[in-house]
Design a protein. Structure first.
Length: 176
């Protein structure tokens, strides 16, 4: 700001030296002062607007920081839930032999088990960790007995035959 004052005083001094008429000199000095006040007023208004906007930005940054901290805490909790450092790996299993539902600990000294014993019928259940068997079984039959698509089709054909047989039996009963 001292640079502005120095320049202002230098301009007034030059006006004093160049204009000899006292009325003109006073008029020019007043107009320069008026112009200077207009510029200073404009600069003050701009400064106020900038300060207000900076204050708003700082407030918004505080809010964003709090939101980020909250989100970070939630993500950390989710990560903890997902990536728990449990040594246990439990899986809910339905026994294909007796349909008993149980939870089995499948982690055996950091080696995942390939088979588990049913606590109800004591049959050994082999666990296949592949998504699809070599024979194309997708596992949608409710229990795997080594079936493939052909076996599944045969089961459907057998059911159709059963339904046809029972229809024939009904007509035989009516004839009697």
């Amino acid at each position: 700001m001292s640079g502005i004052s120095e320049n202002y005083n230098r301009i007034l001094s030059e006006i004093e030296q160049k204009i000899s008429n006292p009325d003109e000199k006073e008029f020019v000095k007043n107009k320069v002062a008026e112009l200077m006040l207009i510029f200073m007023d404009t600069i003050d208004k701009i400064s106020d607007v900038v300060e207000t906007e900076i204050g708003d930005i700082q407030e918004r940054q505080k809010e964003l920081k709090l939101n980020m901290e909250s989100i970070s805490k939630k993500v950390n909790r989710i990560e903890d839930d997902i990536y728990e450092d449990d040594e246990d790996f439990d899986l809910e299993i339905v026994c294909p032999y007796c349909n008993h539902e149980f939870v089995a600990d499948l982690d055996e000294e950091n080696n995942i088990k390939d088979e588990v014993e049913c606590p109800e019928c004591h049959n050994i259940i082999e666990l296949d960790w592949n998504e699809e068997d070599e024979d194309g079984c997708s596992g949608f039959c409710g229990g795997c007995h080594g079936c493939n698509d052909d076996h599944y089709d045969e089961e459907l054909d057998d059911e159709d035959d059963f339904e046809n047989d029972s229809d024939e039996d009904d007509t035989d009963d009516e004839d009697m």
